[in-house]
Design a protein around this ligand. Structure first.
Ligand SMILES: [Mg+2]
Length: 238
């Protein structure tokens, strides 16, 4: 507007400069806060890892045995636990309702569990449940699967797992005291066995379908493996 005096150029420049320096300072502060959170998070993971190394479970989790061993995972391999009652589609299968803490769980058994346990025992395997679930949760489920305690010799719960540097629960077969050439695992999460992946027969996760045939399809493995001295080779060629 005519008559209005414009501010001197150096004032405009210094105002713009002050705005820019405020933005840069804010970005620096935000960056510092982000880096601090990342460092804290990594430190927590390293601490958990060191903690698991220092207070890791004893190297031999099971009493000695020279028998062939079948390690079975629980959740999504032999059963599935639901917080809501199963839908009509899934209600036809074998199931039980369990109280866990303050919650009710609906536990569905995967078709073929009994046949699997019987086939393994008939082929002279000892059966070990190796689960990342807690004893409080998993123990009553295993009692339901093996009410007369005639199939399952040992139970390894979450405290038998080792913790990876990124906080994952790993199942270390070498800590069980079992020979790796005499051990087979059935699990829907084969990666948790790390370098012992070659012992694992992977299965797709069970979500409650009463028509699931995954375990039934595995039964012939117990006949097939008889031609191998090293069970890892049987798993590889299976
Ligand atoms: Mg599982």
């Amino acid at each position: 507007m005519e008559g209005e005096s414009k501010p001197p150029l150096f004032l405009i420049w210094s105002a713009a400069s002050a705005d820019t320096s405020f933005i840069f300072t804010t970005i620096r502060i935000l960056l510092c806060i982000s880096i601090m959170f990342i460092v804290l998070d990594q430190s927590r993971k390293v601490w958990r890892y060191l903690n698991s190394l220092l207070f890791s479970p004893p190297r031999r989790l099971l009493p000695l045995s020279d028998q062939k061993t079948l390690f079975l995972d629980l959740d999504h391999t032999l059963i599935v636990s639901l917080e809501e009652p199963p839908t009509e589609k899934f209600a036809a299968g074998d199931q039980i309702m369990l109280r866990f803490m303050e919650e009710t769980l609906y536990v569905l058994k995967r078709p073929g569990v009994e046949q699997l346990l019987r086939s393994a025992i008939a082929s002279n395997y000892e059966i070990v449940i190796f689960t990342a679930g807690t004893k409080l949760y998993a123990s009553p489920v295993i009692d339901w699967l093996d009410p007369n305690r005639e199939f399952i010799s040992h139970r390894l719960y979450r405290d038998a797992c080792t913790i990876s540097i990124d906080g994952k629960c790993l199942k270390d077969l070498s800590a069980t005291g079992r020979r790796l050439d005499r051990s087979v695992v059935i699990d829907d999460s084969p990666t948790v066995y790390g370098k012992h992946r070659q012992n694992v027969i992977p299965v797709s996760p069970f979500h409650g379908d009463p028509g699931d045939v995954e375990l039934i399809n595995i039964l012939w493995f117990f006949e097939f493996e008889k031609q191998f001295k090293d069970l890892r080779l049987a798993v590889k060629n299976y």
